[in-house]
Design a protein around this ligand. Sequence first.
Ligand SMILES: *Cc1c(COP(=O)(O)O)cnc(C)c1O
Length: 369
Amino acid sequence: MNGSVRFMDLGASTDELRPALESAFLRVMRSGRYVLGDETRAFEKEFAAFCGVTDCVGVGNGLDAIHLILRAMDIGPGDEVLVPSNTYIATWLAVSHCGATPIAVEPDPATYNITAEGVAAAITSRTRAVIPVHLYGQPADMQSISEVARKAGLRVIEDAAQAHGARYDGKRAGALADAAAFSFYPSKNLGALGDGGCVVTDDAAIAASVRRLANYGSGEKYIHDVAGFNSRLDELQSAFLRAKLPFLDHWNQRRRRLAARYLENLRGANVILPTVVSNAVPVWHLFVVRVLDRKKVVAALQAAGIETQIHYPIAPGRSGAYSEWARQHNVCPVADQLSNEVLSLPMSPQMSIAEVDRVCSVLVQTLDS
Ligand SMILES: *Cc1c(COP(=O)(O)O)cnc(C)c1O
């Protein structure tokens, strides 16, 4: 069998809902209201209900969502915040941008997520919060992490940017901590046609504080009680997200079918497969395997027309942005090893089972050669 396989095809995902997205666009264009209007208010209600929480505040992007939660919790200079050593750099930057220090917690290499033991070992007298990331769409073990955090008096913030719709103990990602941050970057499981993000929480005070901070520190027009930011989800993106939200569970279900096929096809092959924990329903933002000779595998797949990506080739603590940090903090051997071995195979709701089979057959051939 022949044929190239795209890593994902955002155009195809937009095409699937073309009439609904076009009518959302026209509705907003003709409304004359483009920021802080009815569409955003309605989306916030709908997404809060979807997550099973009381409050949702639309913001400009996922990085701002985490940053503003930390600010709302009054976390700043002198404070330490625990973050995974192997996450996307935004989790770390949000901590740095409020003046606090990110402290790296190594993940369990089987799940790619941090654990309660890792969190417990990293707590000091300065620790104020922990940000578990549901990496690749697989929920972190929130129950045991929250237990450790509660005992130490830490706030817990979910970085749910890769986990829209995932479940843990029956609850949705976003409803598992003091507050949660989502990104609506186009390639996320729920993506806008541009940048976007939100904060969800059951804590009305956090929601109110984030809303104020995101709007120039203003709760009432021209009254600025705190030095805030400008980070708002606009009407157009809100309208697009409202059109897409009703399909999210269905798209995640398609991702689970593809993931199940990958797992079935690759059982026994010379790759390390992702582990699914028993009390979680992952949403497979990415399907990530580990291979030893990654260069060779990527080249062989590429030669066969199959696109892959790497999430992430450089751990945040190894990035130039954190060169100063790295001089003062421990190295992270697990994150380093993962950054050398992880390989993301094609995954999107628009992908077919036949395409999964094609990727697997080329991959298995390469591994055996
Ligand atoms: C995408 C992402 C973010 C940041 O979201 P943006 O909307 O791009 O700012 C944060 N954390 C994780 C884990 C992400 O994948």
